[in-house]
Design a protein around this ligand. Structure first.
Ligand code: ADP
Ligand code: MG
Length: 699
């Protein structure tokens, strides 16, 4: 008997080939697949008559097969199955690609129920690659979409999940994986979900009226209506929220019991440093720096979050804190989420603090400059916390782009630091814009400092959503700007076209941009798979203007600061959340030059009004907080799972709850820890929390 841990290969209907494809999606066990959620649902209307069909509509049609045949396409590798379907009045053409068995399994005279999009093929209305289902003899109404007849006959599966017009859509990879196969398989393994143990405390489930875990899985995959989707999402998202709060509270408890090295405020030196800068600090920067310095000057560890929109100058505030720490002969460590960013910070900070002759070290997986043992300042990625020598004499730890890490790294540092009962001070920097009230409810263990303004003189980034037909115009404009001495980022969602969904692959695009459209300029492509020297060289060349256009996957998303780059063009913009787009846009507008952001949604999405409307909010709003609110409200009932990089705590989760619920769960976490700090009475919960400790990104 298969169970939750069984390999998917053991499930009937999944062959070697399919299991390899599933593996690419990170799915190897039954449990993996059960937790692979749809990223959206398609709503099919009730049956439409063929004579009423319009191009572009998603419809359901029923009729009899008049003709069906398979043939090779013009491209030799392609196989086409073509059929004519008649509903008693009119005939519709249907095409399937690369499913040669269809022409054998379906016969003239069979009655089918078909769901799909109507397109125009050489003047003829055509349904391309529809989901189909055989109608049973005498059946008037449609059963469920995407089940094959065998399964309809299997009892229980058809009764338990009532007929619905909502069809789950999953992210697929290339190859032969179809929505249908995924759906059928999930339906098959759904009963195995009974092996899942409920790990949320019963009281909280009751108090917040959450549905049980297993039910949430059936509803997320096969919902009857929007309400069910929401209830499922609430249950599933709650786990994430609750664990985070529990973790956060338990860290707070530990930190509170520790002492920290007192960092005396070096007032004169700090003033000299600030006066040496080529600009004046903003009020937000001053106030935040002051709050931080006051905290450092205590024997208790600071736990503070510095929040400020992209470009608000958080780095400088961090540097002021590091300066004071080093002047107190304590070590300060700055941890960032990418190697590129670490290298950049190393450079800027070394330059800013040049006059002090501090020993500054860079330490990442592939860089090692200086010796952390002797360093005054250590800059690096998360490898820092694996380095024991870094922790000696450590006075302050700063985590940049905190939302990229888990809540755990703080805990890890405490755990590693075996020097008695002391802990360094902690400062986290984030541009994640969330309303203050929420912030307090989620980051329960952190004090909050805000930089709520941009440096003086910054303009708004001129932002606009474009269609394909306007591309040339946009390119001409960009060329003009580059000739005026500016530089540009071109951003692509992924490095490989690993997906049938039409978005551009950076690699292919590179050739087009570098060798054709922008061949008079210097273009480089940077992505996560390059070696560090290559990356470094490209970033250095871009910083020194040896490169005009930097094409990139989202590795440039966080933190990169090149003030002369004033243009950002984003392909496949629909694939990003607003908050992420805002982050990306934050790569420009880092000086007083006019800056521009060009958004190109992928072709199949430009007609989607919702998508365009969502993207257009970037035209109107320039503050991260406004955009986050829109993102939250738009995505409240709609898309929540899967579209963002998985693994990171996704703020859109919060849209599912009201503030009251979030506070309740926080108080609940607090109460549990007060009564039972080692979670002796909650072994399953404890195990979950433990898993969070092991996996840095599980949040
Ligand atoms: P972020 O908050 O996104 O991390 P950075 O710290 O990278 O922003 O700062 C963005 C840019 O603004 C940098 O080039 C920095 O030198 C500059 N900057 C920081 N503070 C000020 C200020 N008060 N006035 C003018 N420019 C500033
Ligand atoms: Mg930054």
């Amino acid at each position: 008997m298969a169970n939750l841990n069984s390999n998917l290969k053991e499930i009937k209907g999944i062959g070697e080939k399919t299991s390899v494809i599933l593996k690419k999606l990170g799915l190897s066990t039954v449990s993996d697949l059960l937790f692979y959620f749809p990223f959206r649902y398609e709503q099919y209307e009730n049956v439409t008559e063929i004579s009423d069909l319009k191009i572009g509509e998603n419809v359901k049609v029923q009729g009899e097969i008049e003709l069906i045949e398979g043939r090779r396409g013009r491209k030799r590798k392609m196989h086409l199955t073509e059929a004519l379907i008649n509903d008693g009045r009119e005939t519709l053409k249907v095409i399937w690609f690369n499913q040669p068995y269809l022409a054998k399994s379906l016969k003239v005279g069979d009655r089918l129920s078909l769901s799909g999009k109507i397109s125009d093929s050489y003047g003829q209305l055509t349904m391309v690659s529809p989901e189909y289902e055989r109608m049973k003899i005498g059946e008037e109404l449609i059963g469920k979409i995407g089940t094959n007849e065998k399964e309809v006959n299997e009892k229980n599966s058809s009764e338990k999940y009532a007929p619905t017009n909502l069809v789950p859509i999953y992210h697929l990879t290339e190859g032969h994986l179809t929505q249908k196969l995924l759906r059928t398989t999930i339906k098959k393994i759904l009963p195995l979900g009974s092996g899942l143990k409920e790990w949320l405390p019963k009281d909280i489930i009751k108090e917040l009226k959450l549905i049980p875990l297993q039910e949430s899985l059936s509803l997320i995959h096969f919902p009857k209506d929007e309400k069910e989707i929401k209830r499922a999402k609430q249950r599933l998202a709650f786990s994430n929220l609750f664990l985070r709060q529990l973790k956060s509270q338990s860290i707070k408890k530990i930190i509170k019991s520790k002492s920290a090295p007192k960092i005396n405020f070096q007032e004169e030196e700090t003033r000299n440093f600030v006066n040496s800068l080529p600009f004046k600090l903003t009020d937000g920067q001053k106030k935040s720096a002051w709050e931080i310095l006051k905290d450092l000057d205590k024997n208790q560890p600071m736990s503070r979050l510095l929040e400020g929109d992209v470009g608000s100058g958080k780095t400088l505030v961090a540097v002021i804190a590091m300066l004071n720490t080093a002047l107190n002969a304590k070590k300060a460590a700055l941890m960032v989420p990418s190697e590129i960013l670490a290298a950049q910070h190393f450079k800027t900070i070394s330059k800013l603090l040049e006059a002090y002759n501090f020993k500054i070290t860079l330490k990442t997986r592939s860089y090692k400059i200086g010796n952390p043992e002797e360093a005054d300042l250590v800059i690096g990625t998360q490898t820092l916390i694996q380095e024991k020598s870094v922790l000696k004499n450590l006075g302050l730890v700063i985590v940049d782009e905190q939302h990229r890490f888990g809540v755990n790294q703080r805990k890890k540092i405490i755990d590693l630091n075996k020097e008695g009962n002391s802990s360094p001070h902690f400062l986290s920097l984030t541009a994640t814009p969330i309303p203050r009230s929420l912030s307090l409810a989620i980051y329960g263990d952190l004090d909050l400092s805000l930089i709520d303004e941009l440096p003086l003189g910054r303009k708004k980034t001129k932002t606009k959503v474009y269609r394909e037909s306007e591309r040339e115009k946009v390119y001409d404009f960009i060329k003009k700007e580059i000739k005026n001495g500016r530089q540009a980022f071109f951003v692509y969602p992924l490095i490989k076209a690993s997906d049938k969904i039409s978005f551009k692959s950076a690699q292919e695009e590179y050739e087009k941009i570098a060798d054709a459209d922008f061949k008079e300029f210097k273009v480089a492509l940077i992505h996560g798979k390059l070696k560090k020297d290559e990356k470094e060289k490209i970033m250095a060349d871009f910083a020194t203007k040896k490169i005009d256009i930097l094409m990139a996957t989202t590795v440039i998303e966080v933190g990169i600061d090149i003030p002369n780059a004033t243009i950002i063009l984003i392909e496949g913009a629909n694939r990003f959340g607003l908050a992420q787009l805002h982050q990306l846009r934050g790569r420009v507008n880092r000086s007083n030059l006019e800056s521009y952001c060009f958004l190109f949604p992928s072709n199949d999405e430009i007609k989607n009004e919702k998508t365009v409307e969502r993207l257009e909010s970037l035209e109107k709003y320039s503050r991260g907080l406004d955009l986050a609110k829109i993102d939250l409200s738009l995505r409240g009932g709609g898309e929540v799972f899967g579209s963002y990089q998985s693994g990171f705590f996704d703020l859109s989760v919060l849209a599912l709850f009201d503030l009251e619920t979030i506070k309740k769960s926080r108080d609940f976490a607090y109460k549990i820890l007060e009564e039972d700090k080692d979670l002796k009475n909650y072994p399953l919960l404890k195990a979950k929390l433990g898993a969070l400790d092991r996996d840095f990104h599980l949040e």
